[in-house]
Ligand binder design. Structure first.
Ligand code: EPU
Length: 330
């Protein structure tokens, strides 16, 4: 048995771990796992293992950032799926390239970012990505997916849908610009720069560092998977009956209904800062389930109790069914 790295810090084990540094090594790994139970894990930043995993874990160690610039000021950056997402972002900011700076400090790796379409602070993966390359689990062929083929949406891509368990991501390409403009659509960011002219890339990254770690636990200190739940989109009637009860409820009109922040719902149910054993609901952002027992062999038991308790309480009080954003493996 081997330890599975995960930002929740639950001490789950797997039968075996296999790592690959390039496409060829991945093909070799795939030939060895035929007929066996296996899964691909990236940085383990959006996953909760509720117990040990009785299978093989594949992990990309495909590294490298290769950039090419054209005359119009566009830079294409091809990045290995095993690169740490935020190291890539930091490098682009350092090189003066705009396009991924709003996704600063998101834990995890590039492959995982492509699967779940990471998003924060007014931006998401699919806005900057140009294509994603993946290897077919079935026959080892390399396929390049244009971003338009991947059905990107809120925390969604076809790697969770029709391509699930069919491909392993090896690299992604991003379109960046030297002459980009700041994206200040996230309100707290706009507020921070209300009186600033010529906001620089480094200013955005510095501000996001403050915003993020003011609300979310640092993975090296407290275990979590960032947001544990998706923000639910509810129908008009549900929204209106809640808005009557809570006129100050934050909400966003989106396609198909009204999005309500899950963190707000959980806080309204009195669960912000809730504790059970060594797990709890983060006291500065109720959307985050936390584990205070980093590396604890059975830490997942308390985490599981907490997230189920949250779902049940919100269902009873608010008549809304929260859905985990994190992938749960049992
Ligand atoms: N709110 C509360 N109480 C809370 C948490 C939030 O009242 O405990 C309210 C806030 O006051 C605000 C609204 O809910 O009015 C939205 O809060 P916030 O800006 O913190 O964003 P969020 O909707 O809770 C989403 C993402 C985060 C991302 C932030 C910022 C999801 C599931 N989560 O959170 O993503 O960082 O927006 O863009 O969409 C992640 O996926 O791991 C993650 C952290």
């Amino acid at each position: 048995m081997e330890k599975i790295d995960n930002t929740f810090g639950v001490g789950a084990m797997c039968r075996e771990k296999m790592e690959f540094r390039n496409d060829e090594e991945l093909r070799e790994c795939l030939s060895k796992v035929v007929g066996k139970k296996f899964m691909v894990v990236g940085g383990g930043a959006n996953i909760l293992f509720v117990g040990d995993y009785d299978g093989i874990v594949l992990h990309s160690k495909i590294k490298g950032i290769e950039t090419t610039e054209d005359k119009e000021g566009t830079t294409l950056a091809v990045v290995g799926s095993g690169e740490t997402w935020d190291e890539f972002v930091a490098e682009m900011v350092k090189r003066g390239l705009w396009g991924v700076e709003n996704l600063s400090y998101i834990p995890g790796e590039v492959g995982g970012a492509a699967v779940q379409n990471i998003g924060a602070y007014g931006d998401e993966f699919s806005n900057a990505a140009e294509w994603v390359e993946a290897i077919s689990i079935n026959d080892g062929t390399l396929r390049r997916f244009d971003i338009s083929e991947l059905g990107y949406g809120y925390r969604w891509s076809e790697f969770k849908g029709k391509f699930k368990d069919k491909y392993v991501i090896v690299r992604a390409c991003f379109r960046l610009r030297r002459d980009g403009k700041p994206n200040l659509t996230y309100k707290p960011l706009a507020e921070a720069f209300a009186d600033t002219e010529n906001v620089r890339l480094t200013d955005i990254r510095a501000e996001l560092e403050k915003i993020r770690w003011g609300k979310l636990p640092r993975p090296e200190e407290v275990g979590s998977a960032g947001s544990f739940f998706k923000n639910p989109v509810v129908g008009r009637e549900v929204y209106e009956s809640l808005a009557e009860r809570y006129p100050d409820m934050p909400h966003f009109e989106v396609e198909g209904g009204v999005k309500i922040p899950a963190g707000w719902l959980i806080e309204r149910c009195g669960l912000k800062g809730y504790r059970h054993g060594t797990a709890g609901v983060w006291d500065r952002q109720a959307l985050v389930m936390v584990n205070y027992d980093l590396g604890g062999r059975r830490a997942y038991e308390d985490v599981e109790y907490v997230y189920r308790h949250v779902i049940e309480t919100v269902r009873e009080e608010m008549k809304i069914e929260l859905e985990p954003e994190a992938i749960i493996i049992r």
